[in-house]
Every structure is written in C-alpha cells, then in structure tokens.
Write a protein that binds this ligand. Structure first.
Ligand SMILES: [Zn+2]
Length: 66
C-alpha cells in the first residue's frame, strides 16, 4: 500500500521564504527540515485540507482538479 504524499509548508525565519514539501504520511508536522533557499533549519507545518480525510467532521466542498 502506497502512502499518500502530504503537503507541508514552512516559513523560513532567516530568509522569509515560504516553502513547501511533500512527505509520505501526516505525521511530519513539527519536524525539522532545511530551507531550500538559504539552508537554514525550518519547522514543517501541516498544510491541512490537502490530505484525504474520510472522517473529517466539517467537510468542505472544494473542487478537486482532475
Ligand atoms: Zn531560508
């Protein structure tokens, strides 16, 4: 079974870059990553709303491309 890639975002405190990263699974929030621009250590935040959550209590209708 293949894990879905989940979108994480980060904001680099050093250069201000808003980056994003795709990782398998939704347990990577709060983990450290490296800014792709300046190489500083950043903290990943779960972007929310991107992963497929069948049990989501407040399901919002949104257009899914494709
Ligand atoms: Zn940076």
């Amino acid at each position: 079974m293949k894990a879905n890639l989940v979108l994480y975002v980060y904001k680099c405190a050093k250069c201000g870059y808003n980056g994003e990263m795709h990782l398998p699974g939704d347990g990577h929030a709060g983990e450290s990553a490296t800014c792709t621009v300046c190489g500083a250590v950043v903290t990943l935040e779960w972007d929310g709303g991107v992963t497929f959550q069948p049990n989501r209590p407040h399901f919002e209708k949104r257009k899914q491309p494709g």
